[in-house]
Design a binder for this molecule. Structure first.
Ligand SMILES: [Zn+2]
Length: 374
């Protein structure tokens, strides 16, 4: 019945050659169909209601694939990696199944595999052998991140190499900046961040990504890079970084839990969306080449609004807690890991992200090619 009512106008249009054009137009004029509703006694039609048949394009897998609006690609994915000093070191992270802290040699090994899968890039986080109150290690050219960058550069892989720029992995107190009394000294932190960015640029980074949420950090880093002659190194600003419970597993991974207080004086209140857009506008004005939001899943509204407002590439970070929720539920058999993962990532892209940082970057390429083959 459905098929007959749908195809009838088309047949009418084809049937009479002379009036084909006008019949075709007439057939399409009332887009959709009409249905008679029974009255209260269930007999004669009470009213005629027009409706559209949006299901037509969902009827088969080939039609759905043809009209799919959002497509994920391995090239848009960035894999976050935690780098520790040494050689042959692989330390699994309990709250992030499948993830491990790696020494630079093993980073290159994994990066080679990811490059082979077509993944777009890496984001490196360093965990130094020694920490101090000022996070000196962040700018140490012999630190784990610069060493990994030099090795990756030598391996000449087709990956964009990004390095996170913050002090929290390098400070004994675990805060993102220089601590003065019971507060973080914004302006004293800026040259430290710029120094770290220059060290990573000189070691081979394509992109530096300030995540400390200090005011003026993008301007300070741009000035530092330019003064060091690194004018071609791009800045991916963690522009909208909400203070979030979803960073918990990362802090285990990076050993960066604050020893006192929290990060609410610099990371944004998760309740604020307009402020997020203001942060993004400020970072763009300071010279950011790309803008990031994190966590991804709690920032979809910000992404969608930012997509309307900014022409810069937008990135979203699917953070450790997002991974942990997925992995824990999948392990218990409560959700289908692959379907849920692709749905989450697709939603992030649909909201407006061009680039997605995800710990699943190594899994997704195979899933996508299997989907294509179906
Ligand atoms: Zn930090």
């Amino acid at each position: 019945m459905t098929f007959t009512s749908r195809s009838a106008p088309v047949e009418a249009g084809r049937g009479s050659a002379g009036a084909a054009a006008s019949a075709g137009v007439r057939a399409q004029a009332p887009v959709g169909a009409a249905v008679g509703l029974p009255d209260a006694r269930g007999s004669s039609p009470l009213a005629t209601v027009a409706f559209e048949r949006t299901r037509r394009l969902r009827a088969t897998a080939s039609r759905r694939r043809l009209v799919r609006e959002t497509r994920l690609s391995p090239a848009q994915l960035v894999m976050p990696l935690f780098v520790v000093p040494g050689h042959g070191r692989r330390e699994p992270i309990g709250s992030m199944p499948g993830q491990a802290r790696l020494s630079p040699d093993l980073v290159v090994e994994l990066a080679t595999r990811l490059a082979g899968l077509g993944v777009g890039g890496l984001m490196l986080f360093g965990i130094p052998g020694e920490k101090d109150p000022f996070g000196e290690g962040a700018a140490d050219p012999e630190g784990p991140v610069p060493e990994a960058l030099r090795r990756l550069r030598a391996a000449d892989l087709p990956l964009a190499l990004a390095a996170d720029v913050c002090l929290c992995e390098y400070t004994t107190h675990g805060h993102c900046g220089i601590v003065s009394g019971d507060r973080i000294d914004n302006d004293a932190t800026l040259p430290r961040l710029a120094g770290a960015a220059v060290a990573y640029a000189q070691a081979g980074a394509d992109i530096v990504a300030p995540s400390a949420m200090m005011d003026g950090q993008v301007a300070a880093i741009r000035a530092g890079l330019d003064a060091a002659g690194a004018t071609e190194i791009a800045i991916l600003a963690y522009a909208c970084k909400h203070a979030s419970a979803l960073y918990g597993p990362f802090r285990e991974a990076a050993d960066s839990t604050p020893s006192f207080g929290d990060r609410r004086s610099h990371q944004m209140d998760a309740a604020n969306g307009r402020e997020a857009l203001r942060e993004m506008a400020l970072d763009a004005a300071e010279g950011a080449d790309m803008l990031m939001v994190k966590p991804a899943i709690t920032s979809l509204d910000v992404l969608a609004r930012a997509r309307e407002r900014f022409d810069l590439p937008l990135a979203a970070y699917q953070v450790s807690g997002e991974l942990a929720m997925l992995e824990a539920a999948a392990e218990r058999g409560w959700i289908d890991r692959r379907r849920a993962a692709l749905e989450l990532l697709t939603a992030i892209a649909r909201a407006g992200a061009d680039v997605i940082l995800t710990y699943l970057a190594g899994d997704v390429p195979a899933w996508l090619s299997e989907e294509d083959a179906r």
